[in-house]
Design a protein around this ligand. Structure first.
Ligand SMILES: Cc1ncc(COP(=O)(O)O)c(C=O)c1O
Length: 356
């Protein structure tokens, strides 16, 4: 298998820090609507092929245009659709980053150019100079892909810099994967500038925000009608199941203010708990990278990720081996930000085992 993801904790793991999601879990409003959908036997029906109600609800909630939305079975589907259906001549990615784009590009015979984030002692940063140079020399019709905030480094690229990238590659398509943006207190979304740039596609995940990885929902937003039609034609029919469709259509349309409050509290908890974890790991002498996301990238100084995972799993804890990401090392791990009690548990386990 060429694919490599986190989220496969061994049996007996009680504290799974390998999957970053909203630490508050699924909001009650949604849970009730999922139950209602089951009671109404929504699973026995096909969802609306065009997802009109869901697109209207998303448009209302996020203050965007319904006709510019492509509904996705999670944000991950958007990356696959873009690569396989837009058929770019070149894929440019800012790495390390999330996704199976490498394997897919390889299968589709799309060449890749990877721009590595610049690494400093406690943070990564986009190498804008490298991006500018590449833009100057790129003649191909490229697809530029990056996540913001980035997984796994946690880097956030300011909106002005995003605009810069979009302008530099005006003959290409730029996809900003904002899967975690709603869980970041100091991040701005590119959703509301997407109407100004024909070559900008914004990818969003509700899976992370509302902690529903077993159901999955995402969407892609663009003002580019041609691109939108290609992606919509390319998606699998009924790509999102009827339970997610029912519950999210109702929740986003009619319970929007509750969900917005939930998101605000979530952002706040993520920021508070992340600070707590940064302090805890730093005190242990572990290298901690600045993050704007509900996870933190760590680099152990002595213990490899594999050694740490072996020891942590004996205590029922699992973290993400980040060595599989390009440019990272056998000493990198990514830990999700969870609730206080769990975070204390993780840091204490590091202490007890003596991971450094
Ligand atoms: C940056 C990024 N984008 C997209 C995804 C996938 O999101 P979804 O589960 O909505 O497909 C992930 C999952 O970890 C991710 O980290």
């Amino acid at each position: 298998m060429l694919r490599s993801h986190g989220g496969k904790p061994p049996e007996g793991v009680k504290y799974d820090f390998s999957v970053p999601l909203n630490p508050l879990g699924t909001p009650e409003v949604l849970v009730k609507l999922f139950e209602e959908a089951i009671r109404l036997k929504m699973y026995a029906r096909y969802p609306d092929y065009e997802y009109n109600e869901l697109r209207n609800a998303i448009a209302e909630f996020y203050d965007v245009k319904a006709e510019n939305i492509v509904i996705l079975n999670g944000a991950a589907e958007g990356i696959n659709l873009a690569l396989s259906c837009l058929k770019p001549e070149l894929l440019i990615v800012f790495e390390p980053t999330f996704g199976d784009h490498r394997q897919l590009a390889y299968e589709l015979r799309i060449p890749i150019i990877s721009i590595s984030y610049r690494e400093y002692e406690n943070r990564f940063e986009l190498d804008l100079e490298a991006v500018e140079n590449l833009a100057k020399h790129t003649k191909a019709r490229a697809l530029i892909l990056f996540s913001n905030p980035n997984n796994p480094t946690g880097v956030y690229i300011e909106l002005d810099a995003v605009k810069n990238v979009v302008k530099l590659f005006e003959k290409s398509i730029v996809i900003v994967d904002e899967a975690f943006v709603e869980l970041c207190e100091d991040c701005s979304t590119a959703l509301h500038i997407a109407n100004d740039y024909e070559n900008l596609l914004v990818l969003r995940s509700l899976t992370k925000t509302f902690a529903v990885p077993g159901l999955r929902l995402g969407f892609l937003y663009t003002n580019n009608e041609k691109v939108l039609n290609i992606l919509d034609a390319c998606r699998q029919p009924w790509n999102v199941n009827s339970i997610a469709t029912y519950a999210f259509s109702k929740a986003l349309m009619f319970r929007g203010s509750e969900l917005k409050k939930f998101i605000e509290s979530s952002k706040h908890i993520v920021a508070t708990e992340r600070n707590f974890m940064v302090k805890g790991f730093s005190e242990l002498g572990i290298r901690v990278y600045e993050s704007h996301a509900p996870y933190i990238l760590l680099m152990h100084r002595e213990c490899t990720a594999k050694e740490a995972i072996k020891a942590l799993t004996t205590l029922g804890i699992y973290v993400r081996d980040a060595s599989t990401f390009p440019y990272l090392t056998p000493y990198h791990v990514r830990v999700a930000v969870k609730l206080k009690e769990e975070n204390i548990h993780l840091i204490e386990a590091y202490k007890v085992i003596g991971i450094r």
